[in-house]
Write a new protein. Sequence first.
Length: 212
Amino acid sequence: MRGLGAFFWERRSEIFALTAEHVVLVLVATAIAVGIGVPAGVALARKPRLARPVLGFANVVQTIPSLALFGFLIPIPFLGGIGARTAIVALVVYSLLPILRNTHAGITSVDPAVTEAASGLGMTPRQRLRWVELPLAFPVVLAGIRIAVVVGIGLATIAAAIGAGGLGVLIYRGVATVDHRLILAGAIPAALLALAFDFALGLAERRWGPER
């Protein structure tokens, strides 16, 4: 383990490049998951009968081992294959549950008296959602996004197994060559990314809470 700092410095260009790939994978997947999960969560809050089966199905999908899901997706036309596309699809699948569940919980937890007052002021359902329900539910929704991002950073390391790049490349290479320095070169930046995004989203959650 001696000379770990020097090893990191020698590999800094590769580590930075793979870290950038890792961040892009997670951010793209999270953006897609938010675009799907938030509207779907709002829709489930409006239709309680659908909420239990849909959330139950999402829970079942979440139990599929990540490496197995990557393998299942590879032969699927347009979605699968070798590379970043399959990794993004898999990360979207895993990111959907916390975003969907938290959006549903956030919307349904809004005090009915508040929504009735908004309707009494003449707001349309869309205005009520935009100006009352979503702002009040925002901390809960953002908590789901935080979970999705942190989990996604960890899962994205497995994406290297299907040629999607990211910090998992260093980890797999280190395992194959029994080189602990390579494993740490991938694991440490991934852990730091998870901590950094969790901290930043935590600040946003406090900054733009309902009291703001």
